[in-house]
Design a protein around this ligand. Structure first.
Ligand SMILES: [Zn+2]
Length: 415
């Protein structure tokens, strides 16, 4: 059975981790910063050194390509991202890119002739310094003008970033690939959660990527003197907010298995020691892999907010501010990952991803799958993010095995 070269993979992984490396052992490579650009240049150099074709598309996605023998063959994408969050870890994104590159080199060294081209791709701005999934949405043709007009990192930062690397906003859409030109998408990534480690499982097969919804909630009562206003006549917006935080948790734990909900911010007004709060502003976000469950949970959370407002003599306003639909990953790709892991004698577990990934964009246009490897303590987006090296190599071998199956002529979606 074909396997990746673990020493070559390790040398690349360490070289990449040194680019934008921090004293705490993580990396700092926000999109289009010096370290991010250096990492991308390094990736293309490694591709060229291996004799692979190197490409950059109109959305700045960086690729190494092992062409197919036949012209016009579809392309199987293997990828992840080289950008990081501020003060992030060295495994998130980087592992998937170096493993994809190593898979191409392994196939090349073995002189295997596949009926597909293999492409290791580093997607632009996965983490959302500027937009989030910028490169992968562009590839699918779903990068919307509305998102570009009000990106999460701010319009000025987006335009400055694009200008810095010579990209033009009006040309980003040129990165779109015809779905018929793609044979699928595979991504190796760290889990970023504790499930695999807790269960002692080596490989996670991602069933889907959760959807999320976010809302601004405002409870309005009456600001009042904190010394002279008796407890029983207060209309305390802070009390409504506090009851809501507790109620959200109880509701999800009791009735919505598999979902999570978070009140990530609370601000009280006027906000003094000696004034009963008249206003409370809350940031609510909830996630689930299941669209029907998201609908039901949304209705229950809205009812909870109204019920608590009534109980405490408050008014409530609820404003939707964000929405991602859940994405399920392709059953045939999941089965190929399962077989690849089985052939290596590795234990597997199917699980959803609670974090967003480029695969959620790609899944709309091509059969897509993700391989997870364990994250120590479930920690991610931190410098102490860690995955045992043996797990990284296992993940790279599963990526290779699944790519060989999907890229072979027996592949179900090739026929
Ligand atoms: Zn990532």
């Amino acid at each position: 059975m074909l396997r990746v070269d673990p020493d070559r993979l390790r040398a690349d992984f360490d070289a990449l981790a040194a680019i934008g490396g921090t004293a705490a052992g993580g990396v700092n490579r926000p999109t289009f910063g010096d370290a991010h650009l250096a990492a991308r240049a390094w990736f293309l150099e490694r591709a060229a050194a291996a004799g692979l074709e190197a490409h950059v598309d109109a959305a700045g996605n960086h690729s190494a390509v092992l062409p197919a023998a036949a012209a016009g063959a579809p392309t199987l994408l293997l990828g992840s991202h080289l950008d990081s969050v501020l003060d992030g870890g060295r495994f998130d994104g980087g592992l998937g890119v170096v493993a994809a590159l190593e898979a191409l080199r392994t196939v090349q060294d073995a002189r295997l002739e596949l009926p597909v081209a293999l492409e290791a791709i580093d997607f632009t701005d996965e983490e959302g310094t500027l937009v989030g999934l910028l490169g992968s949405w562009a590839v699918t043709g779903a990068l919307s003008p509305e998102v570009l007009r009000a990106p999460r990192g701010g319009r000025d930062a987006l335009l400055a970033g694009l200008a810095r690397v010579g990209l033009a906003e009006e040309r980003l859409a040129d990165a779109r690939r015809e779905p018929g030109s793609l044979a699928g998408y595979l991504e190796l990534h760290i889990e970023q959660g504790p499930v695999l480690e807790r269960k002692g499982v080596e490989i996670g097969i991602v069933t889907g990527i959760v959807g999320s919804r976010s809302f601004r909630i405002r409870f309005a009562g009456a600001a009042a003197h904190a010394g002279t206003t008796p407890m029983d006549v207060r209309r305390d917006a802070g009390l409504g907010a506090a009851a809501f935080v507790v109620g959200v948790r109880e509701l999800v734990v009791r009735a919505y298995p598999g979902a999570v909900a978070t009140v990530g911010n609370i601000r009280l007004e006027p906000g003094g020691f000696n004034v009963v709060p008249g206003l409370a502003h809350l940031a609510l976000e909830f996630r689930s892999p299941d669209a029907a469950q998201l609908d039901a949970l949304e209705a229950a959370l809205v009812a909870l907010a109204h019920g608590l407002a009534d109980a405490h003599g408050l008014e409530v306003e609820i404003e939707p501010v964000g929405r991602w639909e859940p994405t399920s990953l392709d059953p045939a790709v999941r089965a190929a990952i399962e077989r690849a892991a089985g052939a290596l004698g590795l234990s597997t577990l199917e699980l959803p991803s609670g974090a967003g990934h480029d695969a959620q964009a790609l899944a709309a246009v091509t059969p897509s799958g993700m391989i997870f490897v364990p994250s120590r303590g479930g920690v991610s987006h931190r410098p102490d993010e860690y995955t045992a090296w043996e797990d990284c190599v296992n993940g790279a071998n599963v990526l290779l095995g699944a790519a060989l199956e999907l890229g072979s002529s027996e592949c179900p979606f090739q026929q």
